[in-house]
Design a protein. Structure first.
Length: 276
């Protein structure tokens, strides 16, 4: 009898968990999907929540799909993602690239915020999620909708990302990010800067703050309304239990990391055997 109890205890510890996934469409989903396939093979039960209109998030044997309606057509979604991708790789002056990115983010933010609201206020779907007794939420925090849902369900969250804009990942994880040493986006500075370059780097950090305030503040308002308490986006980010970051220090600047930040660069690279 004692042996049987021990074996049952071991089996229960080895049982798969139940994971709620709130992804972000586009290339971010393509990277996340490989992780979900691996988790499914290990016996975990996975439920993916996604809008009915999307680009890449399709049903799979690896997970259960739960979809919700949004007020956009597929053409709207495709154009939004395609245009933003083009703008990121456009060349030009810092000011021109910043203003162009600002306008594009303004349009995308309105659409993604509306999509998030349609998820949170889909009473039937949220009721199903409440009753499903998940163990954790797996999400990409570049859009904090998944973390708002994690807060509502009182679940630990695992973030899967490469980087957050404006250094928000540094701030949320309390990792050092001094502007006099760490090059800011669009500056083309190296990690070794002259004094004037350090001053420029510091000054160019200011508009990033306002850009992210503009993009993320509506999510703070939505979270506060939905959770019925005052919440900032940084409050949401700081609640993450684990940060899985697709960084590779052969490509990215080395940086100090906190114990709950795990570097997984290359996890979504093709698994091909190298020739002799």
């Amino acid at each position: 009898s004692a042996t049987l109890v021990l074996l049952l205890s071991v089996l229960s510890l080895a049982a798969g968990g139940k994971l709620l996934v709130v992804p972000v469409d586009g290339s971010r989903w393509l990277s996340m999907r490989e992780i979900l396939d691996g988790l499914s093979q290990k016996g975990h039960e996975i439920v993916v929540v996604a809008p009915e209109i999307n680009v890449h998030i399709k049903p799979s044997k690896s997970f259960v799909m739960k979809m919700y309606p949004i007020p956009f057509t597929k053409e709207d979604v495709d154009e939004s993602i395609h245009s933003f991708s083009q703008d990121v790789f456009e060349e030009g002056s810092f000011l021109g690239r910043f203003l162009q990115l600002y306008q594009r983010l303004k349009n995308i933010s309105a659409n993604t915020l509306s999509t998030c609201a349609h998820l949170l206020y889909n009473n039937e779907l949220v009721r199903y999620l409440e009753e499903s007794k998940f163990d954790a939420v797996f999400t990409d925090p570049v859009l904090p909708c998944g973390q708002i849902l994690a807060e509502h369900l009182s679940l630990p969250s695992v973030f899967y990302l490469r980087i957050l804009p404006c250094g928000l990942d540094f701030e949320a994880t309390q990792c050092p990010n001094p502007p006099s040493y760490v090059p800011r986006a669009f500056t083309d500075h190296a990690d070794r800067m002259t004094f004037l370059q350090r001053v420029t780097n510091l000054m160019l950090d200011v508009p990033n703050y306002f850009l992210c305030q503009f993009v993320f503040q509506p999510y703070a308002n939505l979270a506060s309304e939905f959770l019925q308490r005052d919440v900032t986006v940084m409050d949401l980010f700081r609640q993450a239990s684990i940060w899985l970051m697709r960084l590779d220090f052969s490509l990215d600047y080395p940086r100090p990391l906190m114990p709950n930040v795990i570097v997984i660069g290359g996890v979504n690279c093709a698994h091909n055997k190298l020739p002799q």
